[in-house]
Write a protein that binds this ligand. Structure first.
Ligand SMILES: [Zn+2]
Length: 248
């Protein structure tokens, strides 16, 4: 699979959440199939390579002659990007830079920020992604929001309260690495327990390793867990397209 990523298509806008090492091949493989002609905003969860390693390639998916693409990220992720890609932080005006580089408008958000991305009400919240290292989760939309938590090993108490307050959640996307547990990701059993507590309308698991088992077989397993719990659960996959109702 490619690095975990989300593309929100909302009206005529395309908002990308995370732009990892495999962004280029993912864009080549899926963007045309899903009518994605350009990226209008980027949201970054954290500064690991599988979340930010493709930002240089954003130059190929920017609308010509448009303003710099907003990139929402916390200060730690900005530091990582700035040290890895200093040329994407030009001191001169973008129009003065002779090289063809991605024109990015870096917008630092707090770990608990409420903000709008091209009209989509968006809320950030911090989750632990190994020890006390912070990755951001996000909710999109006001009523019955769509919630995305791609990299998480545990939750700060305050974040659990925030997520509970979002209820009812229409769709939850949640990290589920393996079966046995891991320092920086939830295992599938842990993710299932979390889903049962949060009770979204539907849950998708992301970030799986091959050790979890074959995709279809695990999804069969999840069907019986879905029946027992009354919550639909499924493994996501590359290129998966889901329709969600989002209120602004
Ligand atoms: Zn990570």
């Amino acid at each position: 699979r490619g690095n975990v990523s989300l593309l929100l298509q909302y009206g005529s806008r395309n908002v990308l959440v995370d732009c990892g090492k495999t962004f280029r091949e993912t864009a080549l493989r899926w963007f045309r199939k899903h009518d994605v002609d350009a990226i209008d905003a980027v949201i970054l969860t954290h500064g690991h390579a599988d979340a930010v390693g493709g930002i240089d390639d954003l130059r190929d998916v920017q609308r010509p002659f448009s303003a710099a693409t907003p990139v929402y990220l916390n200060i730690e992720t900005k530091r990582v990007c700035q040290s890895a890609y200093p040329y994407l932080f030009p001191r001169r005006k973008a129009s003065d830079v002779p090289r063809r580089i991605a024109q990015l408008d870096w917008r630092v958000i707090s770990d608990n920020e409420d903000f709008q991305v091209h009209g989509i009400p968006t809320k950030a919240f911090p989750v632990y992604h190994g020890g006390t290292y912070i990755s951001l989760g996000f909710s999109f939309g006001k009523d019955k929001p769509f919630v995305y938590i791609s990299d998480v090993s545990s939750f700060p108490e305050e974040t659990l309260r925030t997520i509970s307050s979002l209820s009812p959640i229409s769709t939850l996307v949640i990290d589920a690495l393996n079966r046995g547990g891991h320092n920086s990701h939830l295992s599938l059993p842990e993710a299932i327990e979390f889903v049962k507590v949060i009770r979204p309308g539907k849950a998708y698991f992301v970030g799986m390793t091959c050790s979890l088992g074959l995709h279809q077989e695990v999804n069969e397993e999840l069907k019986s867990i879905s029946r027992e719990s009354g919550i639909e659960m499924e493994l996501a996959c590359d290129g998966l397209s889901v329709r969600i109702e989002m209120t602004g």
